[in-house]
Unconditional design. Sequence first.
Length: 302
Amino acid sequence: MSRSQANLLLLAVALIWGSAFVAQAEGMRGVGPLTFTGIRFLLGTLVVVPLAWREWRLLASAGGRPQAADGLGIAALGVLLMLGAALQQIGITSTTVTNAGFLTALYVPLVPLLSWLLLGHPAHWSVWPTSIGCLAGTWLLSGAQAFEPVVGDLWVIASSFFWALHVIFVGRIAERMRAPFLVAGGQFLVCGLISLLGGALSETITLAGIRQAAVPIAYAGLVSVGIGFTTQVIAQRYAQPADAAIILSAETVFAAIFGFLLMGDRLSASGIAGCALILICIVVVQLAPLAMARRRTLARRA
């Protein structure tokens, strides 16, 4: 898979995730945030199980069955995923979907920063201005001129740190194992079990509440997790983490579009400007490295 194809897949993931913000907000009417997260990711696990089982058999027949270290890596991804998803979901209970989308996008500048600090990977120069541009775009999109943090906002801010770590390490582990469906299914299972256990200990779970939230949970689990997060794992084997973070931040644009279509939200002039700025940044971060590589190639031939 080429870098451009991987980036297009990540853009599709951003569309799915943007639409899921509506489902996440609606699902809170029947269940608590940890219960929602747990059931959601366990449903996503069911989607991936047949593909993961096939990968396991192929690896076993080739003598490349995952080792204990691989299992620990997948479990660590599951913990990061649980922390990011659960903290975000807790935040959505006491903040707006718009603020949640804006604050989740804080992982965009965190990815190159943490990649540099933890892994020593210098990012392409275009990542820094486009990261700032994405944050400015989400600020405009959210109409954040009157932004005043509340408790829910702080939960979502905390989640952005774990989303950033997940974006950094999911591609590395998937590339090392060469088994994206096993990685996806394993991390979903860990995330779902831990979240559901937390929900059972701290929330009231009723059959009536689950029925009430059934449609949002099904969409968030089968589509957002089963399709979206699995596609992310596949695509990030071939995409740079910093590039992936910026492209995935387009979920804020798609969240605004689905809010308009499904919830009657209306974009202001600043919101339209924010959408445009994010899309420009996404194009720039893809084209700038390619343009520089082409320039170097031409210079060598000259």
